[in-house]
Design a protein around this ligand. Structure first.
Ligand SMILES: [Zn+2]
Length: 296
């Protein structure tokens, strides 16, 4: 009998541990001991960046406002639960550039809540807030987040600085890889099916021949289809950068009429909450871009 209970206890511990791991990965909340400093991020890429700085910092809870599959926040409506969460926050980390269209509402409801704009001085392109897509500019976002946290949570300053240094080093490695490819493909053309890829074009020195913004589910007009086809005819070696979720239908349409190369790239706004997801997503983008332009 004794043996049997021992087994049950072990099983219960195993279930509890699995539950903890699941929570950490998929619920998007990190809690260490007593909650002293409560950090909320707006959406996925901000959560991943903050997660890399917060790590296991003492007394810090990090939570993401939206779901890991929410994607961009252009049309996001705050829920009563979101407002409740923000009422408890010490700092709200946002991408900025207008992507969180609800910020004025938040500022009005919680005038004392500190809002950390990660895009400050990151070099936003005009009317395009998808700045995390540039590795170089995302490094500035990470630095901004680290600076802000160091200031607001002095006790963990040294820890945050160590985390920042380690993460920036990993991002710099991606940047180096991109630079090497850039030297071989700059000046070549791309056609973009998502505004976010303008930042990739910038990192690789590519010429954006045409942009069709498919950032959400929508109908593409016949006029837009013919615009894409003529842009492809004028730039016959251009590669199409598309997002699988909203761009694949249009890619199929275009493929029927041209022999254009389509590169399905991750906009890095969805995934699980593993802290390396930006790095692995961008690494895969690099591989696909290399392949599409025939870089050895
Ligand atoms: Zn977007």
């Amino acid at each position: 009998m004794k043996h049997k209970y021992g087994f049950v206890t072990l099983l219960l511990i195993a279930v509890a541990f699995a539950g903890y791991c699941f929570t950490a990965l998929y619920v998007g909340s990190r809690e260490k001991g007593e909650e002293r400093f409560f950090v909320v991020t707006s959406f996925y890429p901000m959560y991943i960046a903050a997660e890399n700085i917060v790590g296991d910092a003492e007394g810090v809870t990090l939570t993401n406002l939206s779901e890991p599959q929410t994607g961009c926040m252009h049309d996001y409506q705050l829920t009563p639960e979101d407002m409740k969460l923000l009422s408890r926050a010490d700092v709200f980390i946002v991408n900025g550039g207008g992507i969180e269209n609800f910020l004025s509402k938040v500022a009005k409801s919680y005038p004392d809540l500190k809002i950390l704009d990660a895009s400050q001085d990151a070099g936003l392109l005009e009317d395009n807030s998808h700045v995390w897509m540039s590795v170089e500019k995302h490094k500035k976002q990470v630095e901004n987040i680290a600076r802000g946290l160091c200031k607001m949570d002095e006790g963990n300053r040294e820890y945050y600085e160590g985390q920042e240094e380690a993460y920036l080093l990993k991002l710099s490695k991606l940047e180096e890889e991109q630079k090497e490819i850039r030297s071989k493909i700059q000046g070549k053309s791309m056609i973009s099916f998502h505004e976010a890829y303008a930042y990739l074009a910038e990192d690789y020195g590519l010429h954006v021949a045409f942009t069709l913004d498919l950032d959400e589910e929508r109908q593409v007009s016949a006029g837009e289809v013919s615009d894409v086809i003529s842009a492809l005819k004028e730039n016959d070696s251009a590669v199409i950068f598309a997002e699988e979720l909203y761009g694949s239908e249009m890619a199929e349409t275009v493929k029927k009429e041209t022999d254009a190369k389509v590169c399905f790239l991750d906009t890095l706004v969805r995934g699980d909450y593993s802290s390396d997801s930006y790095l692995s997503g961008m690494e895969e983008n690099i591989r696909l871009i290399k392949e599409a332009y025939g870089v050895e």
